[in-house]
Design a protein around this ligand. Structure first.
Ligand code: BES
Ligand code: MG
Ligand code: ZN
Length: 490
């Protein structure tokens, strides 16, 4: 899908569907802006008849059989002083989802004078496209062509030379992440993930390294391999490197949890633990690979960025890890696996050690790590932890700009007590209370303390059961936009 602008004289414009946003005051003067398709006086009469004043959430639909336009959809944006860019994005998103199957092109005309920056326009474009996303890969519509092909912005005079190239790259990244997360576990295996990663590498000139189990064993990755042992599928350790041409100012590692399925292992997921949804336990790696695709296209200057995923499945067979096993991670620390369902942190232990050995300035990991974060923050907000205030602030800023919500959680040192083991250097699971915090504290044991680090627990945000704002029901692709924005801000 493409973005375009129409900056010429509006009298020369033609289209099929036009979304026209109005705020709640001075309706008459706003209607002057649409006189190129409809008589403002006539429209004002209709508004009055339908008691529409531009209030937030209000929608009016008009069918024309004129030569210039088929459908005009007027959306109310509420009072201009309360105008909130998330509200605009969400109302456009909800609307576009309804008409995506009808129109090849949707045009948008908003009170641009109330929109302050290119970033907001880019966000709006992103939201429009991401709301229209559909996934028919696994049903009988799979060969149907999508109807909506173009989103056009009218009269963006204020931003004459705006380009949407990077917005398209970011959307591609988010959409890839959504496809990966939504793919069932018999389709997206660790091997398939490694093939997709290699393809990203090929397409965008990234260095590709895929390690099999034997190579990981040689590196001493006993924690990651313990998780993979119960699966009949090969594990794949994925490492992509995107290196800018010229001098490198900063080295970054992005690490994602990549469990293509999490049964819980011998601590099997039972009852309400939603075992059937655990295909999305690779949401962190999907965000990292989505970011790799987007950044591979954007090619940020002065940076060396590593994308790392220790992909595998958590399953049960005769060689699966026992609850109570002690394993050794590649940094030499031993771990008593008192719960096989806390497997993500075991894979991340070796992935973080590997990242740490690359000596980056900062590491960000993303993971669907704990049910506890879903209890704490619900499905709209992801929790994050960091050992560095500058990094934490930069992440907060990036996520706000990207429109993904993050909430900082404490690295409460006193809770380390909960990870003490009688037999090994640590256990993988602490008490129920503060479960997402002990998980973060566990991760902190696996990289050099001088490295700036942040961990984002996306267990609640990587999936939505219902259409919500810019996210159609299903995989959200959460994390891609924040990662890319954080890198772009550098
Ligand atoms: N993948 C799960 C976490 C999860 C739960 C993600 C719900 C999305 C929705 C993770 O591997 C897990 O099972 N965590 C356990 C940890 C516990 C055993 C300490 C959990 O949260 O129950
Ligand atoms: Mg688990
Ligand atoms: Zn898991």
């Amino acid at each position: 899908m493409q973005f375009s602008t129409f900056q010429k004289n509006l009298d020369d414009w033609q289209g099929a569907s036009l979304i026209f946003g109005v705020v709640e005051e001075e309706i008459e003067s706003q209607l002057e802006n649409i006189k190129f398709v409809v008589d403002p006086k006539l429209l004002l009469k209709k508004f009055t008849a339908k008691k529409f004043k531009g209030e937030k959430g209000g929608i009016l639909n008009f069918e024309f059989l004129g030569q210039k336009l088929d459908t005009l959809i007027v959306i109310g944006l509420g009072k201009s002083k309360d105008l909130n860019k998330n509200d605009i994005k969400n109302s456009i998103g909800n609307l576009i989802r309804k008409i995506v199957d009808i129109n090849e092109k949707i045009s948008i005309l908003l009170p641009w004078e109330l929109i302050n920056s290119q970033l907001e326009i880019h966000n709006l474009a992103e939201s429009a496209r991401l709301s229209a996303y559909k996934d028919n890969r696994f049903n009988k519509k799979k060969d149907e062509n999508r109807v909506l092909k173009e989103i056009e912005f009218l009269n963006l005079k204020k931003f004459e030379d705006i380009s949407f190239e990077e917005t398209e790259d970011i959307c591609e990244g988010v959409e890839l992440a959504r496809r990966l997360v939504a793919a069932p576990p018999n389709s997206l295996t660790p091997k398939k993930m490694s093939i997709i990663a290699s393809q990203i590498g090929k397409d965008h000139c990234l260095e590709v390294k895929i390690l099999d189990a034997k190579e990981c064993e040689d590196l001493g990755m006993g924690a990651y391999l313990a998780v993979a042992k119960g699966s009949d599928l090969e594990s794949k350790f994925i490492h992509l490197t995107l290196k800018a041409e010229g001098p490198i100012k900063e080295k970054i590692a992005l690490v994602g949890k990549g469990l293509t399925f999490d049964s819980g292992g011998y601590n099997l997921k039972v009852g309400a633990s939603q075992i059937e949804m655990m295909k999305y336990d690779m949401g962190g790696s999907a965000a990292v690979l989505g970011a790799a695709k987007a950044l591979g296209a954007i090619k940020p200057k002065g940076l060396e960025i590593h994308f790392i995923v220790a992909a595998c499945e958590n399953m049960i067979n005769g060689s699966a890890v026992h609850p109570g096993d002690v394993v050794k991670a590649s940094n030499g620390k031993t771990i008593e696996i008192n719960n096989t369902d806390a497997e993500g942190r075991l894979t991340l232990a070796d992935a973080l050690t590997y990242a740490s050995n690359l000596k980056p300035d900062s590491i960000i990991d993303l993971a669907t790590l704990t049910g506890a974060i879903v209890v704490a923050l619900g499905n709209d907000v992801a929790g994050f932890w960091s050992n560095n205030n500058d990094l934490a602030n930069d992440l907060k800023k990036a996520s706000a700009e990207a429109g993904e919500e993050l909430w900082q959680m404490p690295l409460q040192k006193s809770y380390k007590e909960g990870l003490k083991s009688h037999i090994a250097d640590m256990k993988n699971t602490g008490p129920r209370a503060g479960g997402s915090i002990t998980a973060a504290l566990f991760l902190e044991e696996f990289f050099h303390e001088d490295i700036k680090w942040a961990h984002i627990d996306i267990a609640g945000t990587c999936w939505t059961d219902k259409n919500k704002g810019i996210n159609p029901s299903g995989a959200t692709g959460f994390g891609v936009k924040t990662l890319v924005q954080w890198i772009k801000n550098k």
